[in-house]
Ligand binder design. Structure first.
Ligand SMILES: O=C(O)CCC(=O)C(=O)O
Length: 120
């Protein structure tokens, strides 16, 4: 189901040749975050990365090609999807943390983030 969903999302955003091969699942509890990084361990660095937020609202931070580039913050709510494609595929990004108790989707609270990737 997730595979079909992300293929459809990829098509909607102009990525007609997306072959999802992996799904990384991060669980963020209260106060938990992910530092600034680039996703560059995949062999294929041009296929988009599709990120699905579930559960508590959170703050996603998107920078640029360099770690020192200016950043913007985006509020991500349960069900929101971010497509990092084209130039933004290789942009630095981070997750700044959740706003606790903003969703009752997950029994124990928190936020799940699925990042679906094409590896090669
Ligand atoms: O949780 C997020 O929104 C970001 C996840 C992420 O950047 C990653 O898994 O590489």
């Amino acid at each position: 189901m997730i595979k079909d969903l992300v293929i459809a999302i990829a098509k909607e955003t102009g990525n007609n040749d997306f072959h999802p091969q992996s799904c990384l699942i991060n669980l963020y509890g209260k106060g938990e975050k992910l530092g600034m990084h680039r996703d560059n361990t995949e062999e294929n660095l041009s296929a988009p990365i599709i990120s699905i937020s579930l559960g508590d609202t959170g703050i996603f931070v998107l920078g640029g090609k360099l770690r020192t580039d200016k950043t913007r913050q985006y509020i991500v709510q349960s069900g929101d999807v971010i497509v990092m494609g084209g130039e933004s595929r290789n942009f630095f990004h981070a997750f700044k943390g959740t706003v606790p108790n903003t969703s009752n989707l997950l029994k124990n609270g928190g936020r799940l983030n699925l990042t679906i990737r094409q590896v090669n």
